[in-house]
Design a binder for this molecule. Structure first.
Ligand SMILES: [Ca+2]
Length: 164
């Protein structure tokens, strides 16, 4: 089975959204609610996907509506140090999507853990890439990766730097 690149799918949706929100001169149009009915139709949520669409380390949101174009909400948090891990299993001892892989990171800011999941609930999907934030300082971190539930972790030591 072919592995889909969700980033390409999201870029297609963003391009489609931009075209739908632009006027005939290519200028981005402001969304105007003409009636309460329009507001209801736009706000009626069908599904949500949380992913780092602009690759800056924070989760953005893509929301589908039953009767309106897709909405995209960019998270404009301040730049911090972060790490994104995109896990790919070897296909024998761990599935190719690495579902069930758990990552624990110990740093000066504490312990964080994330797990690769197939889905995030009804009509919802999350970024398969695991995102970790480390505040406003460069630091050494210990990364423990438990591939597909394996009891013995793969251990890495990384230096996380702030991107300005
Ligand atoms: Ca982001």
């Amino acid at each position: 089975m072919e592995r889909l690149d969700y980033r390409e799918l999201v870029q297609d949706l963003i391009s489609q959204h931009a075209r739908e929100q632009s006027d005939e001169h290519g200028e981005t149009a402001e969304i105007v609610f003409n009636t309460e009915r329009d507001r209801y139709l736009l706000l009626y949520v069908g599904g949500i996907a949380l992913a780092d669409l602009d690759n800056d380390g924070d989760l953005d949101a893509l929301v589908t509506h039953q009767f309106a174009p897709v909405s995209i909400y960019r998270n404009d948090s301040m730049a911090k140090s972060w790490l994104g891990l995109d896990s790919i299993g070897n296909g024998t001892t761990c599935n190719r999507d690495a579902i069930g892989t758990k990552v624990i990171i110990d740093s000066q800011t504490g312990r964080q853990s994330r797990e690769v999941r197939e889905s995030n609930g009804f009509s919802a999907q999350g970024d398969r890439r695991l995102l970790f934030g480390f505040g406003h300082q460069t630091q050494e971190v210990q990364v423990q990766i438990y591939w597909c539930g394996n009891a013995t972790p793969e251990v890495k030591y990384l230096t996380i730097a702030i991107i300005q």
